[in-house]
Design a binder for this molecule. Structure first.
Ligand code: ADP
Length: 161
């Protein structure tokens, strides 16, 4: 039986930190669904559809990844896909409290759901989508240090004046 997991998030945009977590998840699971939450973040830089295309481009050659958009409860999506595993990334202790809360809520809503927390590489422990957006709005030269090429090119276009 295929071991499947779902990696939900905003991914606005998808960073090398997200990539690191996805690759770690692929060491544990046969298939990973990257699920873009549509309603999270009131004022996204990229639409969910744009983010989906970007992430699909990042994993163009990897059939173990599917990218989906959802705008309802994560646990309902999990039941639909037939997986009970949620992947989340941890950067620092500060991520933990919120993640614990979400994992507990998901377990109340879907008792067999399990949250798997993966620790990012040290070199990405500072990296967030918010930081990438701030840098991109001021200086586009260093973006390749933070995002995959398929995202870099879209950030470049977005902030081109
Ligand atoms: P959300 O709004 O759901 O937090 P994000 O796109 O910000 O969506 O993050 C999705 C997941 O990826 C979260 O579990 C977050 O902790 C994790 N994550 C974000 N950036 C990194 C990073 N640099 N290293 C590891 N995990 C990360």
């Amino acid at each position: 039986m295929k071991r499947m997991a779902i990696y939900p998030g905003s991914f606005d945009p998808f960073t090398l930190g997200h990539m690191d977590i996805t690759q770690r998840a692929l060491n544990l699971f046969d298939h990973v669904y990257i699920a873009i939450g549509k309603n999270k973040g009131k004022d996204p830089l990229f639409t969910a559809e744009e983010r989906k295309i970007q992430i699909e481009n990042v994993f163009r050659d990897d059939s173990r990844i599917s990218v989906i958009i959802f705008d309802y409860l994560l646990v309902d999506l999990m039941k639909e896909l037939g997986t009970n595993v949620i992947i989340r990334g941890l950067r620092a202790v500060s991520d933990f409290e919120m993640e614990l809360q979400m994992a507990s809520v998901n377990r109340v809503l879907y008792s067999s759901s399990e949250s798997v927390f993966l620790m990012t590489s040290d070199k990405y422990s500072f990296l967030s989508s918010r930081m990438v957006k701030e840098i991109a709005s001021m200086n586009r030269e260093n973006l390749k240090k933070f995002v995959p090429p398929a995202v870099e090119v879209e950030l470049y276009k977005k902030f081109q004046s």
